[in-house]
Design a protein around this ligand. Structure first.
Ligand code: GTP
Ligand code: SPV
Ligand code: MN
Length: 583
């Protein structure tokens, strides 16, 4: 037997000795395997078949009611040196963390099947892709990993060739929130997750591998692993610009990645292509540009709000072979959430839908293969990736932050990313709607010290580099009446058009103390219902309020001293002086 599979076999043996499963199953990723798993789960009541006429192949999973989102307070980065994890992470010493986890894993798979899940993050034939193996006792995780990654025999063959893979050990355990931990050992390329069956806690290829472990590797190896969608914008001249955008969890990545251009744009020949909706791995190519792949093969998207108005592309792919988690169902046994027609009959807990509580959980999700997406890019699985023309940062900011602005240059753009803030959402447990700093939308996902991370970002500016432009957007600014000023969704195309025209040198901008804003008339709002006064409110930059914001960012950076790059401090001080002078 080949030596790399020897080491995999030894690890599986060791884990089996610790966890004591009744059976071991090596997943091949086949349809037949998925059918059997699905059937068994339905028999045991762990999956519910939805209406086979309207939703063939679709199932519903109801999670434990205490296990519905990521648990950031129970997620740890276990580097040898505490300082390397940074104040942005919870830390535990590796030895202590292994001991704690192995005590939880001791005997935990008795009576259950241990699944060995080989997977590849990224196209199976791409040099940019990386493999892993997740050991889990959850068939729900297996079915999700099969949609979200290239899972099974082909991944195992690549692991056998390469030798290197990330080891992830997962058990749903007893789902007790007191006995739940998600531990990362980036120096050992190892993940241990216990006590949750929920997406980001349990599908270890996703946030644990493709962001926390991968960001750590990316810094060592000179690339970037980011919480970003990737979308291709094809203009009427036929040129496609790829945009990578980092918005925090539940802040609009899936929606922007699948945008359908408004009528006028479609008629003029604009097209939008989906490459990814959550994670982006970018590496400098021989031409100096950043080339990106989507390491995932599916979408684990927020269900509520997904509607014919907001995201018709998503709806179109959700009528077959999808897994729904914690949605409601209607009288016809079809999935239901806010935004869909009809009415819920059974809520996400399986009770009769009634009262004011949302029938679908606010963080209910769908899992579906990316190939079912109508706007799936013909280049989404190109082994070399796609070249990135623009990076966009964004957050949920009810006030202060304009609809769009452009950074003056790369280092200013890195500062804009590092200073991002957003209101919290239901994607993680805890309070919702609280403003917090979420640099590059990576607060929950960066596997090392933010100061080192920002220095790594700055380091991409070097001779020969053809770096993307950097923008910041805010779809969520509100008026005095508390309503969103901007219609969002498909109308975000107007902002994308301005970006593409900036890249091509055909749109005007005006300087402000925070960056470049669209010049008068440079942003096309015809037909949006946004009147000139509203557009002014959307683009307003209040220098005095920004001076206060810059002071707050300085205080935030102080938490990361002394690893914050001097260049960021200098840029920030300069911006603050500019805002003060303008105020
Ligand atoms: P994660 O999967 O958690 O990383 O989330 P995401 O960033 O992909 O967010 P998603 O696109 O699923 O959107 C989350 C919520 O924001 C949904 O309820 C959307 O309806 C809403 N949303 C998305 N885009 C817009 C927009 O342009 N305007 C407004 N007002 N809401 C939006
Ligand atoms: C997020 O929370 O950013 C998600 C969902 O994309 S999860 O996979 O749970 O992290
Ligand atoms: Mn996400």
């Amino acid at each position: 037997m080949n030596s790399s599979l020897d080491s995999l076999n030894r690890w599986v043996d060791d884990v089996a000795r610790l966890t004591r499963p009744d059976r071991i199953h090596w997943c091949d990723g086949s349809d037949a395997e998925a059918d059997i798993l699905r059937r068994r789960m339905v028999e045991r009541g762990e999956l519910i078949e939805l209406n086979p006429d309207s939703h063939p192949g679709c199932t519903l999973h109801r999670s434990h009611p205490d296990d519905v989102a990521r648990v950031e307070h129970l997620t740890f980065v276990c580097t040898r040196e505490e300082a390397d994890a940074g104040p942005n992470n919870h830390w535990m010493a590796p030895d202590a963390a292994h001991a704690k986890m192995d005590a939880l894993f001791d005997g935990c798979m008795r009576g259950r099947t241990l699944y060995v899940v080989p997977y590849c993050m990224g196209p199976i034939d791409s040099p940019l892709s990386r493999c892993g193996v997740e050991i889990t006792d959850s068939p729900y995780v297996v079915l999700n990993m099969r949609l979200m990654t290239r899972m099974g025999s082909a991944a195992l063959a690549r692991i056998e060739r390469e030798g290197r893979f990330v080891r992830g050990l997962h058990s749903t355990g007893e789902l007790d929130p007191e006995r739940r931990f998600i531990m990362h050992f980036p120096e050992e390329l190892t993940i241990k997750s216990y006590g949750s069956g929920y997406g980001g806690n349990a599908l270890l290829g996703k946030k644990c591998h493709a962001l926390r472990i991968a960001s750590f590797q990316a810094r060592q190896e000179g690339w970037l692993a980011e919480h970003m969608l990737i979308v291709g914008i094809q203009n009427p001249e036929g040129r496609t610009h790829y945009v990578a955008a980092a918005f925090p969890s539940a802040c609009g990545k899936t929606n922007l990645a699948m945008l359908i251009p408004p009528e006028r744009y479609a008629r003029a020949g604009w097209k939008v292509w989906t490459v990814g909706d959550d994670i982006c791995w970018m590496t400098p190519g021989p031409d100096g540009r950043l080339w990106a792949i989507n390491p995932e093969a599916g979408f684990f998207g927020v269900a509520p709000g997904t509607s014919a108005r907001t995201n018709p592309n998503a709806l179109a792919m959700l009528d077959r072979d999808a897994i729904f988690t914690n949605v409601a169902v209607d009288a016809e046994n079809r999935p239901w959430w806010d935004g869909l027609p009809g009415a819920p009959v059974t809520d996400w807990k399986g009770n009769p839908a009634a009262g004011d509580a949302p029938a679908a959980h606010p963080n209910s999700r769908f899992t579906v293969s990316a190939r079912q997406c109508p706007s799936w890019s013909p280049h989404a699985e190109d082994p070399q990736g796609v070249p990135i023309s623009a990076i966009v940062f964004g957050g949920r900011r009810a006030s202060l932050v304009p609809l769009v602005f452009e950074a003056f240059d790369w280092s200013h753009g890195v500062l804009v990313g590092a200073a991002m803030a957003s209101e919290t959402t239901a994607a993680a447990t805890g309070a919702v709607g609280v403003l917090r700093r979420d640099p590059m939308a990576m607060k929950p996902f960066c596997g090392y010290h933010f100061g080192d991370y920002w220095a790594h970002w700055l380091g991409f500016e070097r001779p020969g580099a053809e770096l993307p432009r950097i923008f910041h957007v805010n779809w969520f600014r509100k008026g005095e009446d508390g309503r969103f000023l901007w219609p969002g969704f498909g109308e975000n195309m107007r902002v994308l058009e301005w970006m593409v025209r900036r890249i091509e040198g055909s749109a005007d901008a005006v300087d402000s103390p925070i960056g470049r804003l669209p010049a008068a008339e440079a942003l096309d709002t015809a037909g949006t219902g946004v009147d000139p006064a509203t557009l002014d409110a959307l683009l307003e930059v209040d220098p005095a309020a920004w001076e206060a914001e810059f002071r707050d960012i300085e205080a935030f950076f102080a938490d990361y001293a002394p690893r914050v790059p001097e260049r960021l401090h200098a840029r920030l001080a300069h911006l603050r002086e500019g805002a003060a002078a303008a105020a």
